[in-house]
Design a protein around this ligand. Structure first.
Ligand code: TRP
Length: 437
């Protein structure tokens, strides 16, 4: 099969920025803020942080270990350590990648469309109607296809020349934009009520299964876990990399960006007293409420809004390339295809998967539910069981580059018992919620 030596990242920073780029995306800004708004503010943030540490971090390290250890894409990596019978799980990952990128690209298309609007005509007076027009139908389709085209172009450029180079440029830009927006928002009148909603913790909200499964699904989605994206990126790593440290940096940066984005979003929403609109449309919250704010801010609103949607688009791109890379790498490893050919075949296939989401907001919302709360959690459950119970000596694969780290035993124990238990509960809840709808 594939005889060319495997591609590698050029530097540690390159890998870390690419992995953080995968993690940081629409999940941190769009998904995180609408879930926080829906589930009571601070309580949700706290639970999400706790689950990131308790289940996100261990599963992230598990993916890194599997990927680097095997040096293959998910299907082959699972077969390498667990035997052929684990292959179907790898294909489930690939299927999840197809599904997620399909609708993710539609939302990313909206962000491009909004950025253009900021430049050309300014934000519309009635963002609800505007969102209705561009979120589904031909307009959504065109921007979806454009975004997929850009994503394919980056991935076709390879691990170093495409993915790493893009991340090195775009991630610092994204950090600067998000921080800048949060600083700007802090100066707005009325910012305080935004902070209060975002940061005050109402403990009665924490003990709800609904909040639990939303927060767990979000921890997985935001860290790009449960479908082999981190696994695939780690397969391009050398044995010198310190995986536990890498997992801490990735999870830390991902949470930090979500948190700081919230520091921008909530004061912006509350500054104009628009908090009542947050519940209007879950999926559309960010795309309706914030433009209202921007439209109400005059010329400054146009600039701030532009920067905001550029930040979203940038985050979406570095995440989308990781989703596409899972599928492309699997085709390369599985069929022995060359990268460009694989990218040019897989890209259009994903564009097709996204078409129903581009035509109906309901379909898009359902795809997001199925992917985020079911497929990723299921994938994470299997990954935890695989590395916790099936893989013979995961410690031997963490060790290179990380000798003398003391918490390996704790990590394996978490993967063996607490993580699967929590994930089974979450999965059960998610399925019930989904079927109840
Ligand atoms: N984590 C990204 C975000 O927050 C989305 C993403 C990229 C993703 N790759 C993934 C989600 C793999 C799940 C699995 O926007």
């Amino acid at each position: 099969m594939a005889s060319a030596p495997r591609e590698q990242w050029t530097s540690r920073t390159g890998f870390l920025l690419a992995a953080v780029g995968s993690a940081v995306g629409l999940g941190n800004m769009w998904r995180f803020s609408y879930l926080t708004a829906e589930h009571g503010g601070g309580a949700f943030v706290l639970l999400y942080l706790a689950l990131t540490l308790l289940i996100g971090l261990p599963v992230l390290l598990a993916e890194l270990v599997l990927g680097r250890g095997a040096g293959r894409s998910p299907v082959e990596a699972l077969a390498h350590y667990g035997g052929r019978s684990w292959r179907p799980l790898g294909w489930l990952f690939v299927a999840a990648g197809l599904l997620i990128l399909g609708y993710y690209s539609v939302i990313a298309g909206w962000t491009l469309r909004y950025a253009l609007t900021a430049v050309i005509g300014g934000f519309p007076e009635d963002p609800g109607a505007f969102f209705g027009e561009i979120s589904s139908g031909p307009a959504a389709l065109v921007w979806h296809l454009l975004f997929m085209g850009i994503t394919v172009a980056v991935v076709a450029g390879g691990v170093k020349g495409g993915i790493e180079r893009t991340s090195l440029v775009l991630m610092p830009l994204l950090f600067a934009l998000v921080i800048g927006l949060a600083v700007y928002a802090a100066a707005l009148d009325g910012a305080a009520s935004g902070y209060e909603f975002y940061l005050a913790i109402d403990f009665s909200q924490i003990w709800s299964f609904e909040t639990l499964h939303a927060a767990a699904g979000q921890a997985f989605f935001s860290l790009s876990l449960g479908m082999g994206a981190m696994l695939t990126y780690a397969s391009y790593l050398s044995r010198r990399e310190h995986l536990p440290n890498a997992s801490l940096v990735i999870a830390g940066a991902d949470f930090a960006v979500a948190f700081v984005a919230g520091l921008a979003v909530f004061p912006l929403i509350f500054a104009l007293g628009l908090s009542g609109d947050v519940g209007e449309s879950t999926v559309g919250a960010l795309f309706i409420t914030l433009p209202k704010t921007f439209a109400g801010m005059g010329a400054a609103g146009r600039v701030v809004g532009l920067l905001f949607f550029v930040a979203l688009a940038v985050g979406a791109l570095t995440s989308a390339i990781s989703l596409l890379e899972v599928v492309v790498a699997s085709v390369m490893d599985g069929l022995g295809w060359e990268r460009r050919r694989a990218a040019l075949l897989v890209g259009p296939a994903i564009a097709l998967v996204g078409i129903p989401a581009a035509l109906s907001l309901d379909v898009l919302g359902t795809m997001d539910q199925i992917a985020g709360n079911v497929l990723l959690v299921l994938g994470g459950l299997f990954l935890a069981v695989f590395v916790g119970w099936v893989m013979r000596d995961p410690m031997a694969e963490v060790q290179p580059g990380a000798e003398g780290v003391g918490w390996f035993a704790l990590w394996r124990w978490l993967l063996r018992i607490p993580v699967p238990i929590i994930l089974v509960i979450v999965l059960w809840q998610s399925l019930q919620a989904l079927l109840g709808e």
